[in-house]
Design a protein around this ligand. Structure first.
Ligand SMILES: Cc1ncc(C[n+]2csc(CCOP(=O)(O)OP(=O)(O)O)c2C)c(N)n1
Length: 370
Protein backbone atom coordinates (compact mmCIF):
# COMPACT_ATOMS: atom_id res chain seq x y z
CA UNK A 1 0.00 0.00 0.00
CA UNK A 2 1.32 3.43 -0.88
CA UNK A 3 1.98 5.76 2.02
CA UNK A 4 0.32 9.19 1.83
CA UNK A 5 2.97 11.90 1.57
CA UNK A 6 2.91 14.38 4.45
CA UNK A 7 1.24 17.74 3.74
CA UNK A 8 3.75 20.25 2.30
CA UNK A 9 5.19 22.70 4.81
CA UNK A 10 4.26 26.36 4.19
CA UNK A 11 7.22 28.28 2.75
CA UNK A 12 8.87 30.61 5.28
CA UNK A 13 7.95 34.31 5.03
CA UNK A 14 11.33 35.29 3.51
CA UNK A 15 10.83 32.80 0.67
CA UNK A 16 7.34 33.96 -0.23
CA UNK A 17 6.93 36.60 -2.92
CA UNK A 18 3.87 38.24 -1.49
CA UNK A 19 2.50 41.30 -3.24
CA UNK A 20 2.51 44.39 -1.08
CA UNK A 21 -0.79 46.16 -0.97
CA UNK A 22 -0.87 49.17 -3.27
CA UNK A 23 -2.90 52.37 -3.26
CA UNK A 24 -2.82 54.68 -6.28
CA UNK A 25 -0.75 57.84 -5.80
CA UNK A 26 -3.05 60.88 -5.81
CA UNK A 27 -2.05 64.53 -5.56
CA UNK A 28 -5.11 66.31 -6.96
CA UNK A 29 -8.43 65.32 -5.37
CA UNK A 30 -11.61 65.16 -7.45
CA UNK A 31 -12.72 68.49 -5.93
CA UNK A 32 -9.57 70.19 -7.25
CA UNK A 33 -7.67 70.44 -3.95
CA UNK A 34 -4.02 69.42 -3.63
CA UNK A 35 -2.59 66.83 -1.26
CA UNK A 36 -1.19 68.44 1.87
CA UNK A 37 2.28 69.83 1.39
CA UNK A 38 2.36 69.20 -2.38
CA UNK A 39 3.64 71.99 -4.62
CA UNK A 40 3.17 71.21 -8.33
CA UNK A 41 6.37 71.11 -10.35
CA UNK A 42 4.46 72.32 -13.42
CA UNK A 43 4.59 76.12 -13.64
CA UNK A 44 1.29 77.97 -14.09
CA UNK A 45 2.10 78.44 -17.79
CA UNK A 46 2.83 74.73 -18.23
CA UNK A 47 -0.32 73.82 -16.37
CA UNK A 48 -2.43 76.03 -18.64
CA UNK A 49 -0.71 74.47 -21.67
CA UNK A 50 -1.48 70.99 -20.30
CA UNK A 51 -5.13 71.91 -19.72
CA UNK A 52 -5.32 73.36 -23.23
CA UNK A 53 -4.01 70.07 -24.65
CA UNK A 54 -6.53 68.07 -22.60
CA UNK A 55 -9.35 70.26 -23.97
CA UNK A 56 -7.96 70.03 -27.50
CA UNK A 57 -7.98 66.25 -27.20
CA UNK A 58 -11.63 66.26 -26.07
CA UNK A 59 -12.52 68.61 -28.93
CA UNK A 60 -10.82 66.31 -31.46
CA UNK A 61 -12.69 63.32 -30.00
CA UNK A 62 -16.06 65.02 -30.41
CA UNK A 63 -15.39 66.41 -33.87
CA UNK A 64 -13.81 63.19 -35.16
CA UNK A 65 -16.70 61.12 -33.83
CA UNK A 66 -19.22 63.12 -35.77
CA UNK A 67 -17.02 63.03 -38.91
CA UNK A 68 -16.88 59.24 -38.61
CA UNK A 69 -20.68 59.11 -38.40
CA UNK A 70 -20.87 61.26 -41.54
CA UNK A 71 -18.59 58.85 -43.41
CA UNK A 72 -15.76 61.40 -43.55
CA UNK A 73 -13.37 59.49 -41.25
CA UNK A 74 -12.60 55.82 -40.60
CA UNK A 75 -12.84 53.89 -37.35
CA UNK A 76 -10.82 55.46 -34.56
CA UNK A 77 -10.50 55.35 -30.75
CA UNK A 78 -11.20 58.34 -28.54
CA UNK A 79 -9.00 59.43 -25.62
CA UNK A 80 -12.01 60.58 -23.57
CA UNK A 81 -11.42 60.06 -19.85
CA UNK A 82 -7.70 59.37 -20.22
CA UNK A 83 -6.48 62.92 -20.86
CA UNK A 84 -4.68 63.28 -17.52
CA UNK A 85 -2.85 60.02 -18.01
CA UNK A 86 -1.65 60.89 -21.52
CA UNK A 87 -0.99 64.61 -21.06
CA UNK A 88 0.50 64.37 -17.55
CA UNK A 89 3.05 61.81 -18.74
CA UNK A 90 3.82 63.58 -22.03
CA UNK A 91 4.63 66.78 -20.14
CA UNK A 92 7.50 64.95 -18.41
CA UNK A 93 9.27 64.63 -21.77
CA UNK A 94 11.55 67.00 -23.63
CA UNK A 95 10.25 66.87 -27.24
CA UNK A 96 13.68 67.92 -28.55
CA UNK A 97 15.30 64.85 -27.02
CA UNK A 98 12.81 62.20 -25.86
CA UNK A 99 10.58 59.84 -27.81
CA UNK A 100 6.94 58.77 -27.69
CA UNK A 101 6.05 55.26 -28.85
CA UNK A 102 2.25 55.10 -28.87
CA UNK A 103 -0.46 52.46 -29.06
CA UNK A 104 -3.44 54.23 -30.71
CA UNK A 105 -5.07 56.22 -27.89
CA UNK A 106 -2.39 58.80 -27.20
CA UNK A 107 -2.94 61.59 -29.71
CA UNK A 108 -2.24 64.42 -27.22
CA UNK A 109 1.21 62.99 -26.40
CA UNK A 110 1.97 62.83 -30.11
CA UNK A 111 0.78 66.40 -30.64
CA UNK A 112 2.99 67.66 -27.85
CA UNK A 113 5.97 66.04 -29.55
CA UNK A 114 5.13 67.98 -32.73
CA UNK A 115 2.93 65.55 -34.70
CA UNK A 116 0.65 67.74 -36.86
CA UNK A 117 -3.07 67.38 -36.12
CA UNK A 118 -3.81 67.35 -39.87
CA UNK A 119 -1.93 64.05 -40.12
CA UNK A 120 -4.20 62.48 -37.53
CA UNK A 121 -7.18 63.21 -39.77
CA UNK A 122 -5.26 62.01 -42.83
CA UNK A 123 -4.35 58.76 -41.06
CA UNK A 124 -7.95 58.00 -40.20
CA UNK A 125 -8.97 58.89 -43.75
CA UNK A 126 -6.69 56.02 -44.79
CA UNK A 127 -3.76 58.10 -45.98
CA UNK A 128 -0.28 56.72 -45.28
CA UNK A 129 1.15 60.20 -44.78
CA UNK A 130 -0.76 60.21 -41.49
CA UNK A 131 1.71 57.71 -40.12
CA UNK A 132 4.80 59.54 -41.37
CA UNK A 133 6.49 61.82 -38.90
CA UNK A 134 7.93 65.13 -40.06
CA UNK A 135 11.70 65.48 -39.62
CA UNK A 136 12.61 66.01 -35.97
CA UNK A 137 9.30 64.72 -34.55
CA UNK A 138 10.28 62.00 -32.10
CA UNK A 139 7.23 59.77 -32.36
CA UNK A 140 6.82 56.28 -33.80
CA UNK A 141 3.66 55.53 -35.82
CA UNK A 142 0.31 54.47 -34.33
CA UNK A 143 0.38 50.77 -33.52
CA UNK A 144 -2.79 48.75 -33.93
CA UNK A 145 -1.20 45.29 -33.43
CA UNK A 146 -1.40 45.12 -29.66
CA UNK A 147 1.93 45.35 -27.82
CA UNK A 148 4.03 45.27 -31.00
CA UNK A 149 5.24 48.79 -30.16
CA UNK A 150 6.72 47.75 -26.80
CA UNK A 151 9.75 45.81 -28.13
CA UNK A 152 10.27 48.69 -30.60
CA UNK A 153 10.38 51.14 -27.71
CA UNK A 154 12.92 49.04 -25.83
CA UNK A 155 15.11 48.67 -28.91
CA UNK A 156 14.91 52.41 -29.53
CA UNK A 157 15.79 53.23 -25.92
CA UNK A 158 18.65 50.75 -25.78
CA UNK A 159 20.00 52.07 -29.11
CA UNK A 160 19.86 55.69 -27.93
CA UNK A 161 21.79 54.71 -24.83
CA UNK A 162 24.40 52.92 -26.93
CA UNK A 163 24.85 56.16 -28.89
CA UNK A 164 25.60 58.02 -25.66
CA UNK A 165 22.31 59.95 -25.60
CA UNK A 166 20.53 60.75 -22.34
CA UNK A 167 17.12 60.60 -24.07
CA UNK A 168 14.20 58.69 -22.59
CA UNK A 169 11.52 56.75 -24.45
CA UNK A 170 7.92 56.72 -23.21
CA UNK A 171 5.82 53.88 -24.55
CA UNK A 172 2.09 53.56 -23.99
CA UNK A 173 -0.04 50.43 -23.90
CA UNK A 174 -3.30 49.22 -22.43
CA UNK A 175 -4.27 46.62 -19.85
CA UNK A 176 -5.30 44.37 -22.74
CA UNK A 177 -1.97 44.75 -24.53
CA UNK A 178 -0.18 43.89 -21.28
CA UNK A 179 -1.31 40.26 -21.72
CA UNK A 180 0.61 39.86 -24.98
CA UNK A 181 3.92 38.01 -24.97
CA UNK A 182 5.58 41.04 -26.54
CA UNK A 183 4.88 43.08 -23.39
CA UNK A 184 6.59 40.54 -21.16
CA UNK A 185 9.56 39.98 -23.47
CA UNK A 186 10.11 43.71 -23.90
CA UNK A 187 9.92 44.50 -20.19
CA UNK A 188 12.25 41.65 -19.33
CA UNK A 189 14.83 42.73 -21.89
CA UNK A 190 14.55 46.37 -20.81
CA UNK A 191 15.31 45.36 -17.22
CA UNK A 192 18.32 43.29 -18.23
CA UNK A 193 19.71 46.05 -20.49
CA UNK A 194 18.66 48.91 -18.20
CA UNK A 195 17.11 50.56 -21.23
CA UNK A 196 15.99 54.17 -20.64
CA UNK A 197 12.32 53.47 -21.20
CA UNK A 198 9.15 54.34 -19.32
CA UNK A 199 6.33 51.81 -19.69
CA UNK A 200 3.12 53.79 -19.33
CA UNK A 201 0.40 51.22 -18.89
CA UNK A 202 -2.99 52.86 -19.20
CA UNK A 203 -5.36 50.68 -17.22
CA UNK A 204 -8.67 52.09 -18.46
CA UNK A 205 -10.78 49.26 -17.10
CA UNK A 206 -11.47 47.63 -20.46
CA UNK A 207 -9.93 45.87 -23.44
CA UNK A 208 -12.90 46.34 -25.76
CA UNK A 209 -15.52 44.39 -23.73
CA UNK A 210 -13.08 42.45 -21.52
CA UNK A 211 -13.07 43.96 -18.03
CA UNK A 212 -9.75 44.32 -16.27
CA UNK A 213 -10.77 41.71 -13.68
CA UNK A 214 -10.64 39.14 -16.50
CA UNK A 215 -7.28 40.45 -17.73
CA UNK A 216 -5.23 39.77 -14.62
CA UNK A 217 -5.55 38.02 -11.28
CA UNK A 218 -3.04 40.45 -9.75
CA UNK A 219 -4.25 43.43 -7.74
CA UNK A 220 -2.12 45.78 -9.83
CA UNK A 221 -0.14 45.73 -13.07
CA UNK A 222 2.52 47.83 -11.32
CA UNK A 223 3.39 44.77 -9.24
CA UNK A 224 4.88 43.11 -12.31
CA UNK A 225 7.81 45.53 -12.38
CA UNK A 226 9.80 44.13 -9.42
CA UNK A 227 9.66 40.76 -11.18
CA UNK A 228 11.59 42.35 -14.05
CA UNK A 229 14.02 44.07 -11.70
CA UNK A 230 12.79 47.65 -11.86
CA UNK A 231 10.28 49.82 -9.99
CA UNK A 232 6.56 49.90 -10.63
CA UNK A 233 4.36 52.83 -9.61
CA UNK A 234 0.59 52.85 -9.30
CA UNK A 235 -0.93 56.28 -9.90
CA UNK A 236 -4.38 57.71 -10.11
CA UNK A 237 -4.54 58.06 -13.88
CA UNK A 238 -7.22 60.75 -13.69
CA UNK A 239 -4.91 63.00 -11.68
CA UNK A 240 -2.77 65.17 -13.94
CA UNK A 241 -0.30 66.01 -11.16
CA UNK A 242 0.23 62.46 -9.87
CA UNK A 243 0.78 61.07 -13.36
CA UNK A 244 3.12 63.93 -14.16
CA UNK A 245 5.24 63.51 -11.03
CA UNK A 246 5.49 59.73 -11.47
CA UNK A 247 6.51 60.21 -15.11
CA UNK A 248 9.06 62.90 -14.23
CA UNK A 249 10.61 60.58 -11.68
CA UNK A 250 10.74 57.75 -14.21
CA UNK A 251 12.25 59.97 -16.93
CA UNK A 252 14.93 61.19 -14.52
CA UNK A 253 15.80 57.59 -13.66
CA UNK A 254 16.05 56.76 -17.35
CA UNK A 255 18.35 59.76 -18.02
CA UNK A 256 20.55 58.86 -15.09
CA UNK A 257 21.12 55.35 -16.47
CA UNK A 258 19.02 53.70 -13.77
CA UNK A 259 16.87 51.84 -16.28
CA UNK A 260 13.16 51.37 -16.89
CA UNK A 261 10.08 52.11 -14.81
CA UNK A 262 6.57 50.73 -15.18
CA UNK A 263 3.79 53.19 -14.38
CA UNK A 264 0.26 51.90 -14.09
CA UNK A 265 -2.04 54.86 -14.64
CA UNK A 266 -5.40 53.70 -13.33
CA UNK A 267 -7.93 55.60 -15.36
CA UNK A 268 -11.22 54.89 -17.10
CA UNK A 269 -12.37 54.80 -20.70
CA UNK A 270 -15.43 57.05 -20.75
CA UNK A 271 -16.30 56.43 -24.39
CA UNK A 272 -16.69 53.34 -26.53
CA UNK A 273 -13.60 51.26 -27.40
CA UNK A 274 -13.78 52.82 -30.84
CA UNK A 275 -16.40 54.18 -33.21
CA UNK A 276 -17.46 50.62 -34.15
CA UNK A 277 -18.19 49.59 -30.56
CA UNK A 278 -21.42 49.74 -28.54
CA UNK A 279 -20.47 49.80 -24.84
CA UNK A 280 -24.12 49.98 -23.73
CA UNK A 281 -24.12 46.22 -24.34
CA UNK A 282 -21.56 45.54 -21.63
CA UNK A 283 -20.87 48.61 -19.42
CA UNK A 284 -23.00 49.02 -16.32
CA UNK A 285 -24.61 52.50 -16.65
CA UNK A 286 -24.25 53.15 -12.91
CA UNK A 287 -20.52 52.44 -13.10
CA UNK A 288 -20.18 54.79 -16.07
CA UNK A 289 -22.10 57.53 -14.25
CA UNK A 290 -19.84 57.18 -11.21
CA UNK A 291 -16.72 57.31 -13.38
CA UNK A 292 -17.91 60.43 -15.16
CA UNK A 293 -17.77 62.15 -11.78
CA UNK A 294 -14.00 61.57 -11.90
CA UNK A 295 -13.47 63.21 -15.29
CA UNK A 296 -9.82 64.38 -15.31
CA UNK A 297 -10.68 67.61 -17.12
CA UNK A 298 -13.22 68.60 -14.48
CA UNK A 299 -10.60 68.03 -11.79
CA UNK A 300 -7.96 70.30 -13.35
CA UNK A 301 -10.61 72.91 -14.12
CA UNK A 302 -11.64 73.00 -10.45
CA UNK A 303 -8.00 73.63 -9.49
CA UNK A 304 -7.56 76.34 -12.14
CA UNK A 305 -10.73 78.13 -11.04
CA UNK A 306 -9.73 78.01 -7.36
CA UNK A 307 -6.32 79.49 -8.27
CA UNK A 308 -8.03 82.05 -10.57
CA UNK A 309 -5.80 80.96 -13.43
CA UNK A 310 -8.63 80.53 -15.94
CA UNK A 311 -12.11 82.05 -15.70
CA UNK A 312 -15.23 80.57 -17.24
CA UNK A 313 -15.21 83.30 -19.93
CA UNK A 314 -11.55 82.63 -20.75
CA UNK A 315 -12.25 78.92 -21.06
CA UNK A 316 -15.17 79.65 -23.39
CA UNK A 317 -12.84 81.66 -25.59
CA UNK A 318 -10.25 78.89 -25.50
CA UNK A 319 -12.83 76.30 -26.54
CA UNK A 320 -13.81 78.34 -29.55
CA UNK A 321 -10.12 78.74 -30.53
CA UNK A 322 -9.63 74.99 -30.21
CA UNK A 323 -12.67 74.28 -32.36
CA UNK A 324 -11.25 76.60 -35.03
CA UNK A 325 -7.91 74.79 -34.81
CA UNK A 326 -9.58 71.41 -35.22
CA UNK A 327 -11.77 72.58 -38.10
CA UNK A 328 -8.73 74.01 -39.90
CA UNK A 329 -6.94 70.64 -39.58
CA UNK A 330 -10.04 68.80 -40.88
CA UNK A 331 -10.31 71.18 -43.85
CA UNK A 332 -6.62 70.72 -44.67
CA UNK A 333 -6.91 66.93 -44.49
CA UNK A 334 -10.02 66.91 -46.65
CA UNK A 335 -8.35 69.16 -49.24
CA UNK A 336 -5.46 66.71 -49.49
CA UNK A 337 -5.53 64.42 -52.56
CA UNK A 338 -7.32 61.20 -51.61
CA UNK A 339 -5.29 58.14 -50.70
CA UNK A 340 -4.60 55.81 -53.58
CA UNK A 341 -5.43 52.13 -52.95
CA UNK A 342 -1.94 51.26 -54.22
CA UNK A 343 -0.52 53.03 -51.14
CA UNK A 344 -1.24 49.98 -49.03
CA UNK A 345 1.53 48.16 -50.88
CA UNK A 346 4.15 50.75 -49.99
CA UNK A 347 6.48 51.06 -47.01
CA UNK A 348 6.48 47.39 -46.03
CA UNK A 349 8.77 45.63 -48.47
CA UNK A 350 11.78 47.16 -50.25
CA UNK A 351 11.45 44.22 -52.62
CA UNK A 352 7.87 42.87 -52.51
CA UNK A 353 7.41 39.09 -52.81
CA UNK A 354 5.60 37.79 -55.93
CA UNK A 355 2.22 37.41 -54.18
CA UNK A 356 2.23 41.03 -53.04
CA UNK A 357 3.45 42.22 -56.45
CA UNK A 358 0.57 40.39 -58.14
CA UNK A 359 -1.91 41.97 -55.73
CA UNK A 360 -0.45 45.39 -56.41
CA UNK A 361 -0.86 44.88 -60.15
CA UNK A 362 -4.49 43.87 -59.72
CA UNK A 363 -5.11 46.94 -57.53
CA UNK A 364 -3.44 49.16 -60.13
CA UNK A 365 -5.74 47.71 -62.80
CA UNK A 366 -8.71 48.58 -60.58
CA UNK A 367 -9.55 44.94 -59.84
CA UNK A 368 -10.70 43.68 -56.48
CA UNK A 369 -7.84 42.42 -54.30
CA UNK A 370 -8.33 39.63 -51.79
C1 LIG B 1 -2.36 41.38 -31.54
C2 LIG B 1 -3.78 41.91 -31.50
N1 LIG B 1 -4.76 41.15 -30.99
C3 LIG B 1 -6.03 41.61 -30.96
C4 LIG B 1 -6.32 42.85 -31.47
C5 LIG B 1 -7.76 43.35 -31.45
N2 LIG B 1 -7.89 44.41 -30.46
C6 LIG B 1 -7.83 45.70 -30.83
S1 LIG B 1 -7.92 46.73 -29.53
C7 LIG B 1 -8.10 45.47 -28.43
C8 LIG B 1 -8.22 45.76 -26.95
C9 LIG B 1 -7.05 46.52 -26.44
O1 LIG B 1 -7.21 46.84 -25.10
P1 LIG B 1 -6.14 47.66 -24.31
O2 LIG B 1 -4.75 47.22 -24.65
O3 LIG B 1 -6.51 47.63 -22.88
O4 LIG B 1 -6.24 49.15 -24.88
P2 LIG B 1 -7.49 50.14 -24.94
O5 LIG B 1 -8.11 49.98 -26.30
O6 LIG B 1 -8.42 49.79 -23.83
O7 LIG B 1 -6.90 51.50 -24.79
C10 LIG B 1 -8.08 44.25 -29.10
C11 LIG B 1 -8.21 42.94 -28.45
C12 LIG B 1 -5.26 43.62 -32.00
N3 LIG B 1 -5.45 44.85 -32.46
N4 LIG B 1 -4.00 43.14 -31.99
Amino acid sequence: MSRRAPAPPAPPAQALAEPASLEPWTLLAPDGTLAEGYRPSLSDEELLAAFRLMLLSRTVDQRAFSLQRQGRLGTFSTVEGQEASVVGSAFALDPARDWVVPQYRELPAMLRQGYPLTRFFLYFRGHPIGNQMPEGVRVLPFQISLAAQIPHAVGLAWGLRQQGSDAAVMTYFGDGASSEGDAHEAMNLAGVRRAPVVFLLQNNGWAISTPVAKQTAAQSFALRAPGYGFPGVLVDGNDLFAVHEAARWAVERARAGEGPTLIEARTYRLGPHNTADDPTRYVDPDELRARRELDPIVRVRAYLRARRLLSEAEEEQLRSQLMDEVNAAVAEAEAHPAADRRHIFEHVYADPPPRVRAQRERATAGEEVR
